[in-house]
Design a protein around this ligand. Structure first.
Ligand code: B12
Length: 223
């Protein structure tokens, strides 16, 4: 991977569903010291292109499945390298899950890995998680942050319902939504506090939210 910021060949290999080429590129890049998160970004772009080809009917469902499988294997290679650079300097709890009707979890897995590396305790509820389950687990865990993941347009209504149910259930903390197709408009529609399409930005946000909450708790009471 020598061109530009070194990601172009990997993007192409993923978009073309060339599993062996993609995995070799990742192995060599890691050996050359390329930052693992740059490789994740390249994979994300490659998968976006897989999605485009699916939409234009160049690929069928098998293409999406294959793209997801390649990415899962890339994660297996990248995971140990990312974990080796963990900085466990913050302690926060996050309840995380993919909302009901949606089974996309690769992005959620990256977020979880990065949160773990930053010292967070992540309660991952999995995929296709009902609003009832979110409410019950959030009441049980009292997390600092709730994260909802969703990649389908149809997930926006489920996210909206989940946010409303969490608020009705008494959770007053920050709710962050994440997923490749999200936007400010979607965030407002859903009624979440924050949104992101990027796990690194999500971790930075969660760190800030936890630090702010802890600072508020320890601030001296004004006389
Ligand atoms: C791989 C894939 C699949 C795999 C998923 C495997 C898995 N275990 O996740 C499989 C084959 C199962 C699949 C199924 C389907 N898929 Co699909 N899929 C994709 C694809 C190609 C890649 C998704 C992906 O993993 N991206 C890589 C990750 C790293 O990116 P990410 O998820 O966005 O996550 C990043 C950030 O968003 C963030 N993040 C994610 N979650 C969260 C949460 C929080 C709290 C935070 C802070 C951050 C965060 O962190 C990540 C890293 O930066 C996308 C294309 C695309 N444009 O994304 C289509 C896509 C999402 N799928 C699509 C469709 C249509 C489907 C199906 C309906 C197909 C079908 N006919 O059955 C089904 C739906 C199944 C269901 N009920 O959920 C459409 C959705 C269209 C729409 N507008 O709704 C897309 C956009 C493809 C397209 N262009 O048409 N899919």
């Amino acid at each position: 991977m020598k061109n530009g910021n070194g990601q172009t060949e990997l993007i192409r290999a993923i978009a073309d569903l060339e599993e062996d080429v993609a995995l070799d590129l990742v192995r060599h890049s890691l050996a050359d010291g390329v930052a693992p998160l740059h490789l994740v970004e390249a994979c994300q772009e490659g998968l976006r292109q897989v999605g485009e080809r699916y939409e234009s009917q160049e690929y069928y469902l098998a293409g999406l499945i294959m793209g997801g499988e390649i990415f899962r294997q890339v994660m297996d290679l990248i995971g140990p390298v990312v974990t080796a650079h963990a900085s466990l300097d913050i302690s926060g709890h996050i309840v995380l899950g993919t909302v009901q009707g949606d089974i996309h979890d690769l992005g959620k897995m990256i977020l979880e890995m990065l949160l773990n590396c930053n010292g967070f305790t992540v309660h991952d509820l999995g995929v296709d998680v009902s609003a009832d389950t979110f409410v019950a687990r959030v009441q049980e865990m009292a997390p600092d942050v709730v994260g909802l993941s969703g990649l389908l347009t149809s997930s926006y209504d489920t996210m909206r319902d989940t946010v409303a149910r969490l608020r009705a259930g008494g959770y007053a903390g920050p709710i962050v939504i994440g997923g490749g197709q999200l936007s400010e408009e979607v965030c407002q529609y859903v009624g979440a506090d924050y949104w992101t399409t990027d796990a690194v930005a999500g971790v930075t946000l969660c760190r800030r939210l936890v630090e702010e909450a802890h600072r508020d708790q320890t601030a001296p009471v004004a006389e």
